[in-house]
Design a protein. Sequence first.
Length: 276
Amino acid sequence: METTVRVKKPCEVIYLDKKYKPAPRKKNYDISRKEASNGKVEPIRDENDIKRIADYFYKKGKYRNWCMFMVGINCGLRISDLTRLRVDDFAVQRQDGTWQVKPIGTRIEIMPKKTEKKKKYVEINITSSICKTLQIYFDKVGCPGQQYYDYFTTRGWLFPSDRGSIKTSLRSEDNQKFRGDPIDGDSFGETLRDCAHDLDLNYRIGTHSLRKTFAYRMFRQYQSNGEGEDALVYLQEIFNHSSPAVTRKYIGLEDEKKRRMVQNFDCGIDVDDYKD
């Protein structure tokens, strides 16, 4: 059905069809967050920024978000796989109900959601950082009487949704459908963008930044030992990229190169000659 309009004054439109209503404008919309949610996100290159983000979650008592961030940058999983990790993949329950993380070096195979139809597994190694992070996490929220104890023992998700936590799941009908669910990746992405906004980071981050940070930090670590190219080949394999060049672009090395070229560019004229 066509809608007839009559222009009465510039920028003023009267809708003759009363059934038609334009969509209302959103008020108090934060443009910077909208921009951060679109476009390409970057790895977190600066160690200080990594520490600031980790401190941001930990000092607020957001131990699940802290653990997700720490595990994500240390294993390189996609967010769709990170949210589906289970407690018994990484820990065993003691007789007193507490949890003990499996030994460092333990290898865990998971079926990625993206390659589920191909039956292609990926392997996670419990590194020292992952082991220590998970043990702190279990001790903070996984002991009897703590926030996620019931989840860990009955549902089994490593990163449960807060909307189904002990504090809320029995109170509201709206929360019943979330009981037992893992955290949603988009929800964690919003959390990361809020964190970046509060910390005044001048680049975009999102859930994909965890995977990119893992790759970027690994490359830089082995590059300092002269093994950067070997690290790229390894990252290409685990990310299933077609070539090391694709991996370089994915983890932001090409962007860094372009920025250095622009920053170091000099057209050859000495501007100091124009000082009085």
